[in-house]
Structure formats: C-alpha cells, structure tokens
Design a protein around this ligand. Sequence first.
Ligand code: 13P
Ligand code: SF4
Length: 303
Amino acid sequence: MLRDIQDEIIRIKKEKDICILAHSYQAREILEVADFSGDSFQLSVMAQKAPQKNVIMCGVRFMAETVKVLSPQKTVYLANPIAGCPMAEQMDKEMISMVKEQYPDYTVVAYINTTTDLKTVCDVCVTSSSAVKIVTNIENDKILFIPDSNLGRYVAEQVPEKTFKILQGGCPIHASVTANEAVKAKEIHPDALLLVHPECLPEVVRHADFVGSTSEIMKFAKSSDNKEFIIGTEVSIAEHLQYECPDKRFFFLSQKLMCQNMKSTTLIDVYDCVLGRGGEEIIIDEQTRLKAKKCIDEMIRLG
Ligand code: 13P
Ligand code: SF4
C-alpha cells in the first residue's frame, strides 16, 4: 500500500515535471520519494539547481518561501500548509527596523528560519551549517544576530574577534533540552558520543562531542569509527541514522526533540500535492522577493 502510493508519486512527479525537496526531519517514506533531501542550506542551493518547472517542499513554510525567492519562474508548493516554524514567526520587520536604528553600523545576520518579509530588512542569511563561515567572511566586525540566540551565542564563541548583539529568540524544540538531560544521557550511554545541534542551549552544547547542523551530524555519525551516538536534534535524525547504519546504535538525547511542524507533512499530503488537489502555492510579491533575495544571495556568495 505505502509502496503503491510512493510509486504513484514518483510516476506523477516525472509526468508533471515536479521536483520534491524534503528536509531531513521528514519521515523516511517522504525522503524515499524526494529528488533531494538535506539540511536548510543544501535545500536552498538545490532550489536553484533543480531543473524542474515545479517544486514541492516537504518541510516548513520558510523553506518553501526560500525556493520561491530564489526561483520565481518555478511554481512552488508547501506540501502541508499548516507546517510553519515557530522561530520564524518570533520577530517581525517593524521590530528589527527599530533595533537597526539603535545599531546602525551593525550587519544584520538572520538565521534562514525567518519569514521572507523579515529578510527584506536583513543583510545576510545564515544556516546552522554555514553560520560560522559566513559571519567570519562578513567584512564588518559588528554583527546583529537574529532570531536564534543559541545559534548566535555558538557563532559568537567560534568567531571571538567580532562584536555581537544577539536578540532573544530560538527554536522551542531544541531549546527545551536541559544540561541535566545531556549529563544523564551520557551516564546511561557512557560509550556513546553526544552530537548536538547549535539550536540547543549553550549549557547543552558544552557537553557535546560534536556540534553541527542536521546534515553535519549525519555525516559525522556515518563516518565515525564509534559505534554509539546520542543524537541532540530532532528525533527523526536518530531514526534515519539507525536505518542507514544498522551496525551502530543511536539514542535520542530527549523525547522532547520532536518538531510537530516538521511531522505534520504526511505521504498522503505529498500525493495530494502532486495530484494538484493539496498543498499551498507560495506567492510572494516581486518587491518583497527582490529585497529578500539580496539577503539569501549574500548567504550563497559568502558560504
Ligand atoms: P538545519 O537543517 O540547518 O540543520 O536546521 C535545523 C532546523 O531546525 C530546521 O528547521
Ligand atoms: Fe522550527 Fe525548531 Fe521545528 Fe526547525 S525544529 S522547524 S527550528 S521549530
């Protein structure tokens, strides 16, 4: 049954010239029908490279918006319209415009988990895998970092030569993990390496053996000689790794690391979307798109 639906999706997407992009937090059955899966940075790059006329994003809204900003000639759908990212909604354009007046000589660095509207008043985007490199490469040494304060503090530690103003926002899922949970997990699994996403609190990151984006965590775990890992990011990453590396063992850092927004997209949503009876087409006005594009183009140039 599942296989039949997957086969149909694959047949229809070819027939209708559709590219399916999936964030790595999506369920396995969705990754299997995707043309490409990866972290936020890789998805942005693929958004431009994909030759198809139509794109379906299996992820959250800001990811679909990023595809549309970069490829306006493509018809872009968000597979499930309710999939938003709470962090992306935490700050708006008006708020950041006011903050910029206070810090006019700072470069505004926005995590890609922001709305297109907010990106129009920012200078450059970053993702978790590209943030350190991009901030290092920015000519200015004064950085105003929004909205993820945990990622901001992590980057500030890695780039100590720059001055940071960090606004208070972040991912409610990753930020819910406590240092105590990290200590306990290491006690229970003493042979396991702790791999943590920089959206986690600094006191959790401090216990990590490796810090990286979704894809970097997966790459590290696959290539490491170690046999056991505690995964400090969304639970699906531990599940995908367990499937791909049956000779290794993967443990969740916390059961709280489950993003309901990422999990809201189902294979049936993807099926309905390829059939043209589901999903939401992403529409962005041209003036907003062009302003937001500068910020994303800068990310690709500096990353
Ligand atoms: P990355 O895909 O950049 O690791 O980001 C994780 C995340 O929370 C995406 O919403
Ligand atoms: Fe947003 Fe966090 Fe979910 Fe990623 S894991 S989509 S940052 S709420």
